[in-house]
Design a protein around this ligand. Structure first.
Ligand code: SF4
Ligand code: SF4
Length: 444
């Protein structure tokens, strides 16, 4: 058995929205479109104050290779262009559009030409797609880098984080788009093997995907379903590759180093649909859950909608939220308030009550070793944390802090509630900054 199938931790699932089909928000008053909703270079506004915009029109773009354009998610007028502080603490430029209530689509939206490989990459770039599982890597750049390297496509439907059910719904509701996306990606990258990886706790989706895979496999393309154990974090790229292919991605390398291309199921379904109708990425499904919200549900939202407007759609708040998380409880980002917006990467909004959020104050490490046993990458989080606190980049390097996939398992199991994953992130940054200083010194 692969080392990764036995590593990781058991977490509560709390996926009570998995039976709820997404409900679409047809109208919203305002959207705030961040010019950076992806890994890479920020976009520059392509509209100015007072411009009338249509839904699907590009409002931000850049010439940088690692980026994806931003499209208007409603029709209306450009009211402001301003700097917004996002939950990570970064200040990001944003285009604010006030709705005219029409949701008028842009006139030039039509299925893209995708006859050649270059056409296909250009179309995916034009669609604005970034990894919808939360990573936000521009999809065209991922596909391009895997070209000629990957011989297997892994469709990530694991959705191992508690609460979130958007991928589960994608499998149940958009199976045909998933298959169309797999076909297009495999045809253009000359891949003959696709596996949909999904955790064993999603029986209805497994059944549906298995039937679709069987009907749509051919001599030139084998599609199958790989059932993963329900252990967190099975959805982490490296774990999924190891579990489904028994290939181990070396430290510091990308999945393409072992011939794998991993894409989130929502991203694959989006490609399948986009090639048919040419509608860019202007909306996404978000799971809204937690004890503080009146009606937990899956909602199809215009990208850039404010949290307050989204919560209002879900019946408002029953309690003041003590903790607001964008993304899952393990890897999501906490927001200090509701003054932020949904971006392309946000698959979930969690609003926890005081009882759900309590018990989070840190105490001293009791050296129980639970973080070591729970780490899927076989790291020693307690040792790395101590190294970060003393600023020892030598120990951080020797103990492979760069191998941390920031899954949050160590923080979850720690009885002392130590914020280990945050310190892993900061430890990695410390090492990166030291590397940059060295390179700079060598240059001068
Ligand atoms: S050290 Fe990193 S990879 Fe290991 S459990 Fe913690 S967050 Fe996950
Ligand atoms: S789990 Fe927490 S208390 Fe236990 S060794 Fe790790 S850091 Fe220390």
């Amino acid at each position: 058995m692969s080392m990764f199938t036995t590593r990781g931790i058991k977490v509560g699932h709390d996926k009570r929205t998995s039976t709820l089909q997404p409900v679409r928000i047809e109208h919203c008053q305002t959207v705030t479109l961040l010019m950076k909703q992806h890994i890479g270079a920020p976009c520059k506004p392509a509209v100015k104050l007072g411009d009338i915009v249509d839904r699907g029109q590009i409002v931000g773009d850049t010439d940088a290779a690692l980026a994806a354009p931003i499209h208007a998610s409603i029709s209306g007028v450009c009211k402001r262009i301003e700097m917004i502080r996002v939950p990570s603490g970064e200040d990001v430029q944003a285009v604010v559009i006030e709705s005219d209530g029409e949701m008028r689509p842009a006139a030039n939206l039509e299925p893209p030409k995708a006859e050649t490989r270059e056409d296909f990459f250009a179309a995916v770039r034009q669609s604005g797609l970034v990894g919808l599982g939360g990573a936000g890597f521009p999809a065209h750049a991922k596909l391009r880098s895997a070209c000629g390297e990957a011989n297997i496509l892994l469709v990530n439907a694991a959705e191992c984080e508690p609460y979130i059910t958007t991928d589960h719904r994608e499998a149940l509701d958009k199976g045909d788009n998933v298959i169309a996306g797999i076909r297009a990606i495999c045809a253009h990258l000359d891949i003959k093997d696709a596996v949909i990886g999904i955790e064993s706790n999603k029986g209805d989706a497994i059944e549906k995907l298995r039937a679709l895979s069987l009907w749509n496999s051919s001599e030139g393309l084998k599609i199958s379903v790989g059932v993963l154990p329900s252990r967190y974090p099975q959805g982490a790229e490296k774990m999924m590759i190891d579990s489904l292919t028994k290939r181990t991605v070396p430290l510091g390398k990308l999945p393409s180093a072992v011939g794998a291309l991993v894409m989130n199921i929502g991203s694959v379904a989006f490609i399948g649909r986009y090639l048919q109708d040419g509608k860019p990425l202007v909306s996404r499904t978000v799971t809204v859950d937690g004890g503080a919200v009146h009606t937990p549900m899956n909602v199809r939202v215009p990208i850039g909608i404010g949290l307050r407007e989204l919560i209002e759609f879900c019946g408002g708040l029953d309690h003041p939220p003590a903790k607001i998380i964008l993304g899952g409880p393990m890897m999501g980002s906490a927001s200090p308030n509701l003054d932020t917006v949904i971006s392309k990467c946000n698959n979930s909004l969690l609003l926890f009550t005081r009882e759900q959020a309590e018990g989070e104050s840190e105490s001293a490490c009791i050296r129980c070793g639970k973080c070591v046993a729970g780490c899927p990458m076989r790291l020693m989080p307690c040792v790395l944390e101590a190294a970060y606190r003393t600023g020892s980049t030598e120990i951080l390097r020797r103990r492979d802090v760069a191998g941390c996939i920031e899954c949050g398992s160590c923080s979850f199991v720690c009885p002392a509630k130590r914020e280990l994953v945050q310190r892993m992130r900061m430890g990695k940054r410390l090492v990166r900054e030291e590397d940059e200083r060295r390179r700079e010194a060598e240059r001068t």
